[in-house]
Design a protein around this ligand. Structure first.
Ligand SMILES: NC(=O)c1ccc[n+]([C@@H]2O[C@H](COP(=O)([O-])OP(=O)(O)OC[C@H]3O[C@@H](n4cnc5c(N)ncnc54)[C@H](O)[C@@H]3O)[C@@H](O)[C@H]2O)c1
Length: 249
């Protein structure tokens, strides 16, 4: 695979310690970018050139401090990937506690707002990009995850509005909407559900693959390809959009 040249670019990735975020970090480093990762847990695999910041993105003062620290070393950022997020355990809306609801909204919506509101101030005018990790649940409902669906619909609203607010500064805001991607986080969630509902992981994955146009679930690499595209000049005419990477729903 040919690499995009991101030398001389600086990128911030939230939720860069695992899953999709860690794959973005790896790709951008391979492309030659200086990468900064913000997460509340340590990276599964640490990359020497990456600056890791420990921060709870739902905490306003921690977020302000972390962006202040970043700006001291990197006053201008090219790419902001707002990727951190959680998927709650499965529950019907009537069985969802208010505290569980608020936890999902706090990270998937409030932290996303804080990340963009603070991070956009560092973005290079004329070419800066923001790429949000949304979900197919930004555009469709699913049973048992009302808080998640609501939070990811909100993420799409933030993408569309921020694109309008920042467009005249030459800053583009887009999102990627992955379908199920077999990250460790997703596999462990499915395994937990199967403990209650029965069935095998392979059968479950085959079932969701069978519901797509391509007959397979999209890969993490395919999600990263789209994030990379939205982060660089190749997508220069695109803003306020959410691109699904789901094997064709
Ligand atoms: N894996 C999938 O199937 C899938 C599908 C659609 C969308 N997504 C989205 O992709 C994103 C990444 O998910 P993933 O599957 O890679 O999960 P993941 O759990 O592997 O990664 C999420 C990262 O966000 C970090 N994080 C969570 N709360 C945080 C907080 N308050 N402050 C700082 N960091 C925090 C976690 O520590 C973790 O490293 C999420 O926004 C998720 O909604 C994933």
């Amino acid at each position: 695979m040919t690499h995009t040249n991101m030398a001389n670019k600086t990128a911030i990735v939230t939720g860069g310690s695992s899953g999709i975020g860690s794959a973005i970090v790896k790709r951008f480093v391979a492309n030659g970018a200086q990468v900064i990762s913000i997460d509340l847990k340590k990276p599964e695999v640490e990359i020497g050139s990456v600056h890791y910041f420990d921060c709870d993105l739902t905490n306003e003062s921690e977020v302000s401090q972390v962006f202040k620290k970043i700006s001291e070393k990197h006053p201008v950022i090219d790419v902001l990937c707002a990727n951190a997020g959680i998927v709650p355990a499965w529950n019907r809306i009537v069985d969802t506690t208010f505290s569980d609801w608020k936890k999902v909204i706090d990270i998937n919506v409030n932290a996303l707002f804080l990340t963009i509101a603070q991070g956009a101030k560092l973005l290079k005018k004329g070419s800066g990009t923001i790429v949000v990790t949304g979900s197919i649940n930004s555009i469709k409902g699913d049973p048992n995850i009302a808080a998640y669906v609501a939070s990811k619909h909100a993420a799409l609203g933030i993408i569309k509005s921020a694109a309008l607010d920042l467009g005249r500064d030459g800053i583009r805001v887009n999102g990627v909407a992955p379908g199920p991607i077999a990250t460790k986080a997703l596999i462990s969630r499915i395994e937990n559900r199967l403990k209650t509902n029965g069935g095998s992981l392979d059968d479950y994955l085959a079932k969701i693959a069978g519901q797509t146009a391509l007959g397979r679930i999209a890969t993490e690499e395919e999600v990263i390809n789209t994030i990379e595209f939205l982060a660089i000049e190749l997508s220069s005419g695109i803003t306020g959009q959410l691109i699904s990477v789901d094997g064709g729903a």
